[in-house]
Design a protein around this ligand. Structure first.
Ligand code: GLA
Length: 652
């Protein structure tokens, strides 16, 4: 990540909310809490440029001087995350517009259309000023571009967005005929005679064209990314030595982070699990693994988390004693080289005054601040983990096109893509087996076990990559709803999983003929055979050509028909799972897949609420529950207090 011998520890620092005499206190207390890093300027645009073209940097100069003198390194934000009131007044057309045509006004934050030329012009001018002034500042160690791109506005339906969408489509398709073919506009009399007729998918009488919707999702991610890239180009011009990052939001639907990750020097993430969610360990751990995977295994930075409660849920539970530490170490174990928070000092006013911080309203002599100090000290002792990798032999495919298209209307069954993928991930988490996420179409060559859950949209090349896994001795698992549509959202004809003759149908020895979603998401169905158990939600009709039926449906529409199949191929094996296994069945299947892939699990049987991960010289074991736990990790018994984590130094 950024060049540092120690784990970075700190948070967003917003001194503009406080009088100057507080700033010295901040540096003193930061030092006392082992803070090494402050992210400054995220929401400072109005203070830095109080009126168009009139800049005030004196206060920021002073802040950086004080931080530098205190030995605290600065991740400097470009301050473009939220434009000042004057931009909305001068350029009302820069405001975002919702799908039903409502403009979103000034008064909160991020009130710009991603395609606004006025926003872009003023933002880039500010970035140039920032880069010229601070690009060589000794306190600054990295740039933080924007903030949480798309957090509040991903899709805007304003006139400039429509214009930009048309330009994006023209670039992509070249001719209107190619667009008509891709979008299947022969259906419902939707064909276009000219790119000028094409619009954004605004509110309409019935289902919108699915490929138009998917292209608008892709375009909207790209529109935000183009802002990030333009800022980055300016920053690199002035400070080629400084790394660039922007904070991702874990599993965030609005931005295809596989694309985005190619344009940052280090991946950063913001993470806000609900402290009252007893199953938070699953999404939390998966988010960390996604961040590591986005960066190709390189260490990443936890840019934001909360020390305790947030302010934006209906009810905002505090983190019980120990949970902040456990969740922080969970990030380190899964590849983070920095642990930071939103924010250093809790705001006295504004919408986030009830959001926890490293230094609460009540001051330094508080439970929250003492926990921060202790964590800072602990992280300062973990220098030998910095820069190390997390080995993983299992990969799970994660794909934004599949996410976007599966959650459209007019599909066989409405579902939450991420929640479903996480049920597959959780089976490995419960066995203490590390997992990377893999981009569809990427080579799976480095993994012994590759799982593709719900790979609904897939290019022929992506399906071929999967098909290659068993032939080189690996284990492949493909779930229902995979290989159904090509990237233009046209159905593969002649049997899903890529159509007849596809390498994937060959590798699995099956084709899918018909879908049969069960009445509700939690409707159960039994499967029986060599493996028996229960599944939920989904059945389908599978035509088996060259595979062993491991389990068949015992009831319902598909009673008696294959549910789960396996095809052996030399040392390799391919599994097809035509239903959504419940937790117990998933555990049984994961056991079989690990055995096929010759992977030994760290936990001898599935564990809930505890985890183990190996990174560098450590094995990390953590208890995310409120009960004491005793677990066997690779045969060694480990005792854990509630919300406790231990780092076991491994034998060399
Ligand atoms: C996001 C933002 C921060 C802050 C936090 C609150 O992560 O980036 O500025 O609003 O949410 O949880």
């Amino acid at each position: 990540m950024f060049d540092s011998p120690s784990i970075r520890f700190g948070g967003d620092y917003n001194p503009e909310q406080w009088p100057e005499h507080v700033w010295d206190d901040d540096v003193r207390l930061m030092r006392g809490a082992h803070v090494t890093s402050a992210t400054v300027g995220v929401f400072s645009w109005a203070r830095l440029e109080p009126s168009p073209g009139e800049y005030d940097f004196a206060w920021l100069d002073e802040v950086l001087t004080r931080l530098h003198a205190g030995g605290i390194r600065v991740i400097l934000a470009t301050a473009t995350a939220s434009p000042p009131a004057w931009l909305a007044r001068l350029h009302p057309e820069s405001l975002p517009v919702t799908q039903d045509g409502t403009p979103l006004g000034f008064g909160s934050r991020q009130q710009y259309s991603p395609s606004s030329s006025a926003y872009r012009t003023y933002a880039m001018r500010l970035v140039r000023e920032m880069a010229a002034r601070y690009g060589a500042h000794p306190a600054v160690e990295a740039w933080h571009v924007g903030n949480e791109y798309g957090c509040h506005v991903t899709h805007s339906y304003d006139a400039e967005s429509a214009e930009a969408f048309r330009a994006w489509l023209t670039e992509k398709y070249g001719t209107i005929g190619a667009l008509n073919d891709a979008w299947g506009t022969a259906f419902w009399s939707q064909s276009y005679g000219d790119f000028g007729e094409v619009g954004v998918p605004a509110a309409a009488p019935a289902h919108l064209n699915p490929t138009q919707l998917l292209d608008f999702d892709r375009f909207s991610s790209d529109a935000l990314l183009s802002l990030h890239r333009e800022e980055s180009t300016i920053l690199r011009e002035y400070s080629p030595h400084l790394p660039i990052t922007t904070n991702f939001m874990s599993f965030f639907k609005g931005a295809d982070y596989w694309q985005w990750a190619q344009h940052v020097d280090a991946v950063s993430d913001d993470s806000y699990p609900d402290p009252s969610d007893s199953s938070a360990i699953v999404r939390l751990s998966a988010s960390r693994d996604l961040m590591r995977s986005l960066g190709g295994g390189k260490p990443w930075l936890l840019m934001e988390q909360a020390t305790s409660a947030v302010n934006w849920r209906d009810r905002n539970a505090p983190k019980p004693v120990g949970l902040n530490r456990v969740q922080s170490l969970n990030a380190v174990a899964r590849g983070a080289d920095g642990i930071c928070y939103f924010q250093w000092r809790q705001s006295q006013a504004g919408a986030e005054k009830f959001h926890s911080a490293m230094l609460p309203h009540t001051g330094e002599h508080t439970r929250i601040h003492r926990e921060v100090q202790a964590l800072g000290a602990e992280l300062a002792g973990l220098d030998d983990i910095v820069g190390t990798r997390v080995p993983a032999r299992v990969a799970i495919m994660f794909d934004w096109d599949s996410w976007w298209s599966l959650e459209q209307q007019a599909v066989p069954a409405q579902r939450d893509y991420v929640e479903t993928v996480l049920t597959w991930y959780a089976g490995f988490l419960r066995r203490g087996v590390s997992v990377d996420f893999l981009r569809a179409g990427a080579s799976a060559g480095g993994y012994d076990l590759v799982v593709a859950p719900l790979l609904h949209v897939a290019s022929a090349q992506a399906l071929d990559e999967l098909a290659a896994v068993p032939s080189r001795g690996g284990t492949l698992v493909v779930s229902y709803q995979s290989g159904v549509l090509d990237p233009q959202l046209h159905a593969y004809l002649g049997g899903y999983l890529g159509g007849p003759g596809s390498a994937l149908q060959g590798a699995l020895g099956v084709a899918v003929e018909e879908f049969a979603p069960l009445p509700n998401a939690d409707t159960r169905t039994a499967v029986e055979g060599e493996i028996a158990g229960e599944a939920v939600e989904w059945q389908e009709v599978i035509a088996v050509s060259d595979a062993t039926v491991v389990a068949s449906f015992a009831d319902g529409f598909a009673a008696g028909l294959p549910a789960i199949t396996r095809r052996a191929d030399g040392d390799g094996a391919s599994w097809y799972v035509g239903t959504q296994p419940d937790e117990e069945l998933m555990d049984a299947l994961v056991g079989r897949w690990l055995a096929d892939a010759r992977i030994t699990a760290a936990f001898p049987q599935p564990e809930h609420g505890v985890e183990t991960v190996e990174r560098g010289p450590f094995a990390f074991v953590a208890n995310h529950t409120s009960q004491p736990r005793s677990v066997s990790v690779h045969g060694e018994q480990c005792e854990l207090a509630p919300f406790d984590a231990v780092l076991l130094r491994r034998q060399a």
